[in-house]
Design a protein around this ligand. Sequence first.
Ligand code: GCO
Length: 449
Amino acid sequence: MEKMVFPTDFLWGTATASYQVEGAVRDGGRGECIWDTFSRKPGAVYAGENGNVACDQYNRYPEDAALMADLGFKSYRFSIAWPRILPEGRGKVNKEGIAYYRRLCDELHKNGIHTCATIYHWDLPQPLEDEGGWTNRSIVEAFEEYAKICYSELGDVVDMWITINEPYCIAYLGYLHGVHAPGYRDQKKALAAAHHVNMAHGAAVKEYRKTGLKAPIGITWNPITPRPATNKPEDREAADFSRAFNTEIFIFPCLGKGYPEILTKSFPDLIPVKSGDLELIAQPVDFLGVNFYNDYAAAADSGSPYKHSFKPPWQDTTAMDWPVTPAGLERQLLWLAEVSKGVFGKAEMPIYITENGCACDDIVTHKGRVHDKERVKYLQLHLAVCADVIKRGVPLKGYYVWSLLDNFEWAYGYTKRFGIIHVDFKTLKRTPKDSAYFLRDTIAGYGEW
Ligand code: GCO
């Protein structure tokens, strides 16, 4: 069996997000967010579930930090809840919120764990959504104000910053497909949101540079880079369009390449760019974050304005019915390394996988074990790709498994388990799964596939 070999300084981490794990939504001075509202909307979330309790990490973070340390993880990617810091979205800072994240970071450091903070992972304060949320250009200044408070209050305990998690999901799941909060299905809103999310990222990085803080700052995308379903020209065109509409609209402006012409021609005037916007967006970052779960094949489909992507029938799927496509990760990392080469004058742009993992129908046995063999296999396949592309010169510097814990999987509620640690949502008991022990051994240098 071939051993997995990674650089000795490769950053191994686990990832979560505030609304998905913290709970305590009415404690510590936290304000309402759009997911509190969306969860109350009939039919929006499975069985009306919500993040009110989630994994109660707000109170149980010492136990979770100790679990990470026992498994040998070096970093923890969490997100800061905007409504804990600014309950009204702007204005009065909630000191209890600051205190929580300082406690969390201190506990992680006590366990020898590096802190990676995502400033925004979808829990927008409801008062800001009431003003139009990401469709209102004023959100850029609001996010800038919020980010500046994070830097000033937490800059001494955060070792790595991510401005925004998955602009695609914020703009398209929230305002185009309507399956995430706030739940609109409106192309004009979605494209305006896309632009304002890009601007907010740039504004936050620009302010960060003024602080003199030394920790690296970057952004996390979930690139969609489907392969053509066949070698027919129309399928190749469909794959190119899908990549432009779903991915390059977010990545290219941040890398200083502006919006792809195929989009500005397809949607004239729907991306509300004003003078200076593109310069603001293209602030130099220190790394790029990639969340990868799977990719698809794309085929021409005149019925779909966004072109048609689908799962070839022969591919395995996870409990989310997402295909298992490690070759897609290879294609995506090679593509991103290529498009980011030389950007901002950097010889290489470090890349981190800031999320990768899968949902499985996990069962705790009578002996208190979870034999999640499908997840171990998924991780083996995708880590094998990581080890391979590093050897081929891709500047991949770290890997965060999604997720540390089973948690609130947005519209699916608690029905989809992504954790390497099982959570009994009645008792909140944590049980490491076989995949946690597989990763422990891989981090220690004994992983195999
Ligand atoms: C995302 C989010 C996570 C999800 C995970 C599984 O990437 O969509 O960052 O919050 O829970 O991806 O869907």
